[in-house]
Design a protein around this ligand. Structure first.
Ligand code: KDG
Length: 337
């Protein structure tokens, strides 16, 4: 009997050592990471860098399944999936998070940043990180900010040379009150739509135009359905990489460390890639036939004056402490430059 028990124990031990491949895979943590742009975009390239870094730092024990082109849903749908624990990670616009964390509206402030470098210092600094950590009160964990970029206007009707040209334009805006209010004040008929519905809305002329950075206009092929590109740089848009807090709280410290380190690598890559590609994207949009005009500084000043009341509303919704902290930090940054 004893010999049989010993044999059984030895067999079990040997079996446990040589897990068949599929059993070993069960030990691999699979992470669904959704995003809205195409795989061949600045957003898609940075997701791949993040995925490669996670695999490397975890020794293959953690695997990112990157799903682009809003196949897992719009930003807002994915945010809800993360909060419910049905999806692990995503990257999307801070503007679509305002319904969850009102302080994110600070980043919607028209003409807040003059450069990506300014944005980096504020977003990665005390105020940007404080706002990111507020996501945890509502079921999300913010890891890092990426750069979507400075937003510019496209439409199928006419060149826009100043506030007077917005009148009568049906303009798609992100699902966000600041963007809605900003373009209503400029005289446009602002239509909030998810990014995932934008190309079709432009193609069917449901809307005349939209506003996004050059990289997005190119990678989403908006030039196929938009004739005019008017350079306004009216706001700097961040993206933010987030995780489901329900899921995050169940990770080991080592697993969280892998994700945070990989996120920092992806952030640095994404900002460099996005900036390097922006000018190339503008040149390509011209080559693809878009009629490009630069809105004059005088006309931009008129835009700023027209939408200035929006700033007071943003200050009210984010709180004067955060508003004043960012203004003070920007003043310091500009003094040093
Ligand atoms: O999922 C895509 C969005 O995150 C993003 O690109 C937001 O700029 C945006 C827009 O116009 O919706």
């Amino acid at each position: 009997m004893k010999l049989k028990a010993l044999f059984l124990a030895a067999t079990l031990a040997a079996g446990a050592m040589a897990l068949p491949a599929q059993a070993a895979d069960i030990q691999t943590r699979l992470i669904r990471f959704g995003y809205g742009l195409n795989q061949d975009s600045n957003q898609g390239r940075a997701v791949q860098v993040f995925a490669d870094e996670v695999a490397k730092l975890s020794g293959g024990k953690m695997k990112i399944r990157a799903v682009g082109a809003a196949a897992l849903g719009s930003d807002i749908q994915m945010q809800q999936a993360l909060i419910g624990g049905a999806q692990e990670m995503m990257v999307g616009s801070t503007a679509t998070l305002v319904g969850i964390t009102p302080e994110m509206a600070l980043w919607d402030t028209p003409f807040l940043f003059n450069s990506g470098e300014e944005a980096d210092q504020v977003l990665d600094g005390k105020t940007g990180q404080a706002i990111m950590h507020k996501l945890e009160d509502n079921g999300l964990v913010g890891l890092v900010y990426w750069e979507n970029g400075f937003r510019n206007l496209t439409n199928s009707q006419k060149p826009v040379n100043g506030p007077e040209d917005f009148s009568g334009l049906k303009l798609r805006v992100m699902q966000n009150n600041v963007f809605l209010e900003t373009f209503q004040r400029l005289g446009a008929n602002a239509v909030p739509l998810p990014f995932s519905e934008l190309f079709t809305a432009l193609e069917t002329k449901t809307v005349d135009g939209q506003e996004n950075p050059y990289n997005t206009i190119l990678s989403s092929k908006f030039y196929e359905v938009q004739k005019y590109l008017s350079i306004t740089n009216h706001v700097y848009s961040p993206w933010i990489v987030t995780a489901s807090k329900k899921w995050w709280d169940g990770l080991s410290a080592d697993e969280r460390d892998v994700l945070l380190k990989a996120a920092a690598v992806s952030r640095d890559f994404e900002r460099k890639d996005t900036r390097a590609e922006a000018d190339k994207a503008l040149a390509q949009l011209k080559a693809d036939g878009m009629q490009v005009n630069t809105v004059s500084p005088e006309a931009v000043q008129k835009m700023r004056e027209t939408i200035a009341p929006v700033n007071a509303q943003i200050e009210k919704s984010v709180g004067s402490d955060l508003w004043n902290a960012v203004q003070a930090q920007l003043k310091d940054i500009r003094k040093q430059s």
